[in-house]
Design a protein around this ligand. Structure first.
Ligand SMILES: [Zn+2]
Length: 162
């Protein structure tokens, strides 16, 4: 699987900053590669992608995938596939929207992607307004956690009335 993956993708390192670029073009909706899931963790780190409530997978070479607020790939954690969400040219750098899988990140950072919809602080979906989240594809565990939080606000009425 890893061999197949790296036949299609290249990792470039410049001043310790890694980027993932593609060696071929993709059409929007095309599957690029599977997401590795052999090495599961219960806590996030810089090399993991969240795939469930308390489930993080070490993604190996895909850890070189950088964040953008205007991404060209999504990580479909239901089918465990990286999918092009735009037409992508050969040689382009690949980006995904980190909060689409990450609820609370281990290492938040400031985004300099320059997109009109830049969220600036990338710390996980937990720290973003619904008006931002609704514009993106979100993994099921992110969607469920947001819905659960909203459902729990009913308890605030109980607190007020008690
Ligand atoms: Zn940004």
């Amino acid at each position: 699987m890893t061999t197949t993956l790296m036949e299609k993708l290249t990792i470039k390192t410049e001043n310790k900053f890694r980027t993932l670029t593609t060696k071929q073009s993709y059409k929007k909706g095309e599957v690029i590669c599977p997401i590795p899931s052999e090495d599961l963790r219960d806590k996030p780190n810089r090399y993991t992608v969240q795939i469930g409530r308390d489930k993080h997978t070490h993604v190996g070479k895909l850890a070189a995938l950088n964040h953008s607020c205007d991404p060209n790939v999504i990580l479909d954690t239901e089918n465990m596939e990286m999918v092009a969400c735009k037409d992508i040219e050969k040689g382009e750098q690949l980006f995904f929207f980190y909060p689409s899988t990450e609820w609370e990140m281990d290492a938040p950072f400031i985004c300099l992607c320059g997109s009109a919809n830049c969220i600036n602080v990338v710390a996980g979906a937990r720290f973003l307004p619904l008006s931002t989240l609704e514009r993106h594809y979100l993994s099921p565990h992110i969607r469920e956690t947001v819905i659960e939080l909203l459902n729990h606000t009913q308890r605030n009425l109980e607190k007020i009335k008690s």
